[in-house]
Design a protein around this ligand. Sequence first.
Ligand code: C5P
Length: 351
Amino acid sequence: MGRGERDIQQIDVRAPAMINVRAPAKINPFLSVRGRGEDGYHDLVSVMQSVSLYDLLQVELDRPLHRDQHPSWRGRMRLELHIIEDIESMEDMGQSSSSSLSNGLENLALQAALALGERTGVADRRYSLGVGAGPGNEFTPGAKTTIRLSKRIPIAGGMAGGSTDAAATLVALNRLWHCGLDVDELLDLAALLGSDVPFCVAGGTALATGRGTQIARVLCRGTFHWIVGTSADELSTATVYEAWDAKNRPATKEPDAVLAALSSGDPHALGRALGNDLQEVAFELRPELIGKREALLEAGVLGAVVSGSGPTMLGLAADAESAQRIADEVADLFAAVHVATSPAGGPELTR
Ligand code: C5P
């Protein structure tokens, strides 16, 4: 049991409660697109790993929830999402132009809260977002849950930033609201929210198949050191897959070399084996990424690849020192450069 879990169990269930969560980004050391299914989603074989680049979330309940509450009160939980520059300072960014992030239902974290609330009877979309209230349609609100989100992971950057926020919200509210869903139930709910959300609930290192929602944990020894170069312009996953459809043919390459490198903890072997079928498409949509990858290779990375559907670029270094040196060397080429390690875990809960 991690330190965070022990802390959570000490929360007094009768008191208003608050939980902080660190939600890690994900990378795909291997991503192979096998074809397009009838539902429009693509069949994947992908190796996913969580990395130490985190969004910070805080969920807070303003009053206790009682199991014996009158049924007419059930579902009357108010839900609010605030995009916060810094959880410590609590400065509300609202819809400021510096953030393209919605604090409405387009945001996957709010969708996750509503999905969990509706699944367990705690929330109901007629009341929870305030749309059911108004003149002639008054209601007595129940408790209020506030979600505060501080973004660190690039938005629409190919690192599952929105998905990890949704996963963190599911895991934290399952505790805060005492829903009692087990991991399998959370994973099922996660798959309804997005293809990467189940992996983000689990974290670690996994082989993902199907839409990406079927995940199996795989062995990874040691720690890998990454340079994460972000772009200012977002790239929509749907656009990248559409571009793949227009030109590309299903691939058959297997992830064996990546799995072997992860299990042996060998960064040199992993650097050689990195692969992403979406990279070519991302390069067509964002040609400037080609030069950025070249620059990472010239600076001495063991391998470089587009992260997920891009446009974030990943470089793998031999160790922590060379990761920092390379990050400094390529810093001017990217909107931001982070140094991160993998694997991280799933959402980390602390008081
Ligand atoms: O599942 P999610 O909503 O995150 O996917 C975003 C978009 O990415 C989908 O609407 C779809 O266009 C594309 N996608 C896909 N095949 C997958 C995963 C995502 O085509 N396996």
